[in-house]
Design a protein around this ligand. Structure first.
Ligand code: GSH
Length: 208
């Protein structure tokens, strides 16, 4: 399997999950700032994901899986013993999918693209930050009621995704200081060997 990724982006989430699950994964970096969008081997990324964004997962038979929330579930299901996702068909799995949808639509797409493009203007950025703060308040209350992870005692792919998105906060000038449970989750996830390994590998490849 090969993950098309870009350093510092949401593709960190499936990278973490693949390492957590003990899966062999090839990496291919995509230059998401360039047009045409080329990969590090010179391939035209538009042929892999016509939407041009990362992540994309290429299976060994050539099938391409798109969308981060689908990719992380696919990876977790390849290694059910890892416990990274409750089994399909269970209510616990639906709760996980609820979190994945929330992170994708309420957080990920509030940070990106709005807080990464100053040209959108201060007003758009203020709206994005205040929406993010309201959503984080919800996450904080959920964690206080039944943390330390989004699914309770059990770490899951939703935590890896949340960690990835909230990791942009300093750069995006989103203040997390009012959310101690969220900070606790960030610290716990950030200490995981798989998370450190994914960050180290991506930084090393970036520098190379
Ligand atoms: N819906 C997509 C969104 C992915 C996404 O926003 N990727 C960003 C990086 S975090 C990207 O590649 N942006 C470059 C672009 O849109 O051209 C998913 O969740 O997989």
């Amino acid at each position: 399997m090969k993950l098309y990724y870009a350093t510092g982006t949401c593709s960190l989430s499936p990278h973490i999950v693949a390492i957590e699950a003990g899966l062999a994964l090839e990496l291919e970096r995509v230059d998401i700032k360039a047009i045409p969008r080329l990969t590090e081997t010179g391939a035209d990324y538009a042929r892999i994901n016509p939407n041009l964004y990362v992540p994309a997962l290429a299976l060994d038979d050539g099938t391409i899986v798109l969308e981060g929330t689908a990719i992380v579930q696919y990876l977790a299901d390849l290694a059910p013993a890892s416990g990274l996702a409750p089994p399909p068909g269970t209510l616990a799995r639906v709760q996980l999918q609820s979190w994945l949808g929330f992170i994708a639509t309420e957080l990920h797409k509030a940070y990106s693209p709005w807080l990464f493009h100053p040209e959108y203007g201060a007003q758009a950025q203020d709206v994005a930050r205040s929406r993010i703060a309201a959503r984080l308040d919800y996450v904080e209350r959920q964690l206080a009621a039944g943390g330390p992870y989004l699914l309770g005692e059990r770490y899951s792919i939703a935590d890896a995704y949340l960690y990835t998105i909230l990791g942009w906060s300093a750069y995006a000038r989103v203040d997390l200081s009012a959310f101690p449970q969220v900070n606790n989750l960030m610290a716990r996830v950030g200490e995981r060997p798989a998370v450190r390994a994914a960050l180290r590998v991506e930084a090393g490849r970036q520098a190379a």
